[in-house]
Design a protein around this ligand. Structure first.
Ligand SMILES: [Zn+2]
Ligand SMILES: [Zn+2]
Ligand SMILES: [Zn+2]
Length: 141
């Protein structure tokens, strides 16, 4: 998805495009990793927009309902958000510095076929995240 395209389709559907909404759409397009609520707050502040938490929550809810972003759970009770139309991928989460990276190769196909064969269960989607140490933290270890 592209920022201008998203904004114009939102506009076509009669949604208001506020400065905050516009900036948030931009953050998600430009970010290569999932963003937490705190990341979004910080990014808005850096863009000179000082908004309260309720507004940000409302905006995230709007973008979720609109199907523009999706929730990603990397830690218990901590939700991140990323564009919903990204190519299927998995996350590498550094447990030391919290850095998140993506990997796009998925090796689960065989397991899915096996589950269908053994259990008769047809897997439609999956999430799989990896936790460990990133290269920077590994060097400093
Ligand atoms: Zn992701
Ligand atoms: Zn790290
Ligand atoms: Zn996968």
């Amino acid at each position: 998805m592209d920022t201008d395209l998203t904004l114009s389709s939102l506009r076509d559907e009669g949604h208001r495009i506020t400065r905050v909404r516009e900036e948030m759409v931009k953050f998600f397009v430009e970010s290569s990793k999932p963003l937490s609520f705190g990341d979004v707050m910080r990014a808005l502040e850096e863009a000179g927009l000082f908004v309260n938490k309720t507004t940000v929550y409302r905006e995230l809810k709007f973008l979720l309902e609109y199907g523009y972003i999706a929730e990603v759970y990397l830690y218990p009770r901590k939700v991140y958000y990323e564009l919903s139309d990204l190519r299927h991928h998995h996350h590498l989460v550094c447990e030391k510095c919290g850095k998140i990276d993506n990997i796009i190769n998925c090796l689960v196909d065989r397991l899915e076929r096996d589950v269908l064969k053994r259990k008769g269960f047809k897997i439609k989607r999956h999430t799989l995240e990896f936790y460990g140490l990133c290269s920077d933290c590994l060097e400093r270890d």
